[in-house]
Ligand binder design. Structure first.
Ligand code: BYC
Length: 472
């Protein structure tokens, strides 16, 4: 039975019979999906200390308790409405925002919501085996926190589909549980969400870089003229921040530990011999997940993006920081491959909206990498990590048929094939990572050898708090 107690919400669920009926049909399928495709081995006998959103005010969205994962209360929340909110960009600038979906934009909005929704369960599927290889109980709990919140983000998109898209929306909601990450016949929509995440270096890089694409896409959707979409995504951003924290601090702790191991051995030892993760390996995983996440922003030149902007469906991150919100005349300059060279070209900015968002994203990633580099400074080491050039290893967009080194130098096919494992993880790298993660660390307060403990625990609990309890 669907109830406000089981599904905390601020969308008037108890008085909305139509939505209740739709969710009553969908929810059992969701739970079945969670059991089949969610965290493997942690469904029945474990209680996890997680945060549950029970309202959108500061005291309500971080309510901590022990929960059995399938009993998590996935809620539906919209950020508080803005009084007299007006459309902030595009051709309808200044008009009141929409509380219903305009017929002429129905397909475009559905596509955006389905694409966003598809990524959420995909990430849970990608991460489902990680609990078996976790570096500590603290990290195990953070993994599950991220997983349940991605589940809630799926609920957020399903709420929109059920409430505003009628029968089509119901069908799409079912399909969101039918596609599967990495499945040959029914893959997830966007490429990065079909990549395996089999070790914790992948996981931390994914939450650093791919969740940050989540942030940039959610920022741009939170500008939408469709007010329920804007309010839903605005609230999702509060949770997304924690996911990026998990990624950024996870990598910080690996770097910290590597520096400690190097120091302890007088900088002469091979870090692998000490059971740590060497810096070139960390760089390779940056190269991989940054480039995959750049792809998630779509083609550099995109009429889809121009249409979304013109129609007011998807804006820019922090649209109010721009002065021109219509962008009818503005141009954008970018390097376009032509006859084996790059040529500077000016294109209408509306068609470059994916690239504009990518610029914002690259800046946000760059700041994160600089924070990592501070760790080397503190240790008095000259090593530095860096983002690869944005043309490197691209699978989507105008550079996808060409090859470039991480510094942006063009490469022939042969050079690329012979050198790519200098820059991207090889099978041997992955094998090594699995070997040091083969034995999970489940003892409170203990950490795997390759990662330093965090500086503090969750919700002011101690680092050695029992974040995951096994039922007796
Ligand atoms: N993989 O004109 P274009 C998150 C396709 S992450 C495969 O550039 P558009 C999260 C495209 O579908 C954020 N295909 O497309 C993070 C199109 O195909 P068709 C997720 C791709 O629409 C961690 C064609 O190429 N949210 O939340 O302007 C954990 C032409 O491309 C890809 C969103 O993505 C790709 N990477 O841009 C959990 C927001 N890229 O129609 C969650 C909603 C492009 O020709 N989505 N294609 O067959 C969008 O805004 C847009 O769909 C995209 C693509 C920016 C993704």
């Amino acid at each position: 039975m669907i109830s406000a107690e089981k599904i905390p919400n601020n969308v008037g669920l108890s008085s909305n019979k139509r939505l209740q009926r739709a969710l009553e049909h969908w929810q059992p399928k969701y739970i079945q999906w969670w059991k089949d495709m969610g965290p493997q081995g942690f469904q029945d006998y474990h209680q996890v200390y997680v945060r549950t959103a029970v309202s959108v005010d500061p005291s309500g969205w971080a309510h901590f308790e022990y929960v059995k994962l399938p009993e998590y209360r996935w809620g539906i929340f919209l950020a508080d409405p803005t009084h007299d909110r007006r459309i902030g960009f595009g051709d309808f600038l200044g008009q009141p925002v929409w509380q219903e979906v305009p017929g002429e934009f129905r397909n475009q909005l559905r596509r955006l919501i389905v694409t966003q929704g598809d990524t959420e369960p995909a990430s849970v599927e990608q991460q489902r085996w990680l609990g078996q290889r976790c570096p500590s109980m603290y990290d195990l709990r953070n993994l599950f926190q991220v997983n349940v919140e991605e589940g809630r983000h799926l609920w957020a998109m399903v709420y929109l589909l059920h409430s505003y898209f009628g029968r089509d929306g119901r069908d799409e909601a079912e399909e969101l549980l039918a596609r599967q990450s990495g499945n040959r016949d029914k893959p997830r929509i966007l490429d990065a969400f079909n990549e395996p995440i089999e070790n914790w270096l992948d996981f931390f890089m994914f939450t650093m870089f791919t969740d940050r694409d989540g942030k940039s896409q959610l920022l741009s959707l939170s500008e939408s003229s469709l007010d329920p979409l804007a309010r839903t995504t605005r609230f999702m951003l509060t949770e997304e921040a924690h996911h990026m924290f998990v990624g950024e601090t996870g990598i910080s702790r690996i770097i910290e530990r590597t520096c400690q191991l190097l120091e302890g051995a007088g900088y002469s030892e091979d870090v692998r011999k000490l059971g740590g993760i060497e810096l070139p390996m960390i760089q390779k995983f940056i190269n991989l997940w940054f480039s995959l996440s750049l792809d998630l922003h779509g083609n550099e030149i995109s009429t889809n993006a121009a249409t979304y902007f013109g129609n007011g469906l998807k804006g820019r991150a922090q649209e109010d920081k721009w002065t021109d919100h219509q962008v009818k005349e503005a141009i954008y300059e970018l390097d376009v491959p032509a006859d084996g060279r790059l040529e500077r070209k000016a294109i209408p900015m509306r068609t470059a909206m994916n690239e504009v968002l990518r610029d914002w994203y690259v800046g946000d990633c760059e700041a994160g990498v600089q924070r990592w580099n501070k760790i080397f400074e503190r240790h008095g080491m000259s090593d530095r990590l860096r983002l690869p050039d944005r043309k490197f290893n691209r699978g989507i967009g105008m550079f996808s048929s060409l090859h470039f080194a991480p510094d942006g130098r063009p490469l022939s096919n042969e050079d690329w094939e012979s050198r790519k494992h200098e820059w991207l993880p090889s099978a041997a790298d992955r094998e090594y990572l699995l070997s040091i993660m083969a034995t999970p660390v489940y003892e409170p307060g203990k950490f795997a050898n390759y990662i330093a403990p965090p500086t503090r625990g969750v919700n002011r609990q101690a680092i050695n708090f029992e974040y995951v309890r096994t039922e007796g």
